[in-house]
Design a binder for this molecule. Sequence first.
Ligand code: IPE
Ligand code: IPE
Ligand code: MG
Length: 265
Amino acid sequence: MTVYQNSQNSMEQLSEKELLDFVKAGNLPRHIAIIMDGNGRWAEKKGLNRISGHREGIQSVRGVITLSRELGLEALTIYAFSKENWNRPALEIKTLMLLLEEYLKRELPTLMKNEIRFQSLGRIEDLPLPVIQSIKKVEEATRNNKKMVLNIALSYGGRAEIIDAIHQFNADVQKGTRLLKELDENLFSSYLYTRGMVDPDLMIRTSGEERISNFLLWQMAYTELYFTRTLWPDFGRKDLLLAILEYQRRERRFGRVSPESHGEI
Ligand code: IPE
Ligand code: IPE
Ligand code: MG
């Protein structure tokens, strides 16, 4: 067993309070992105239908939002429905949309109380009208909240986001408000759904799958990736703290040489 595994295992033995103290003493990520995965498998393991898994997963969403806000993160981005998820059975999609609408309606007072701004990312126009209306309402009501941004990616695809940005940039070029030669990475970022936000420092994916499934392709160029086998409905406060602790042990080099490297050239 490696040293890394030993210390990770010993961390898992700590209480939530102890983990919280460790996390607070370290360098906190500004932005965490999460691919919440494994709702279906969680339900199947318990002999329930997939929808029960999605319903249970909402509790984990609430938990990570609350803890992220307590820790003082600037942004939390949660992948809730991908463009590819439209290929699921019609009944699952319909129920997911109803759960989403119900969630938005119920959560607004909590978002207001905790001064969290809600934003949707994705091709929102693809969603059913009542969902679009609920999104607009919550976005509008929370727009001046300053403590944290909560992004929920819906009908989201990273490639589609890049294509949408190109179309919007081109429209500005056609209008004469932009010149093609001005285009650089910063300007391009300002055409993405995540405009004005820092890139995620840490991306967490639950359920043991180790892929990014078309999530934040542009923004994750230098994000630290963390994969856990825990299924999303079982992902609690301690799991988020363990992920942040792992992040705090990483050295982010951004292509540079480690300052601790004493090697000869
Ligand atoms: C994640 O759980 C939630 C959504 C994609 C909506 P899944 O529904 O993908 O669960 P698994 O991967 O089938 O277990
Ligand atoms: C990714 O999960 C999308 C969301 C979490 C919303 P999926 O379960 O759809 O991803 P794949 O199909 O396993 O890559
Ligand atoms: Mg899945």
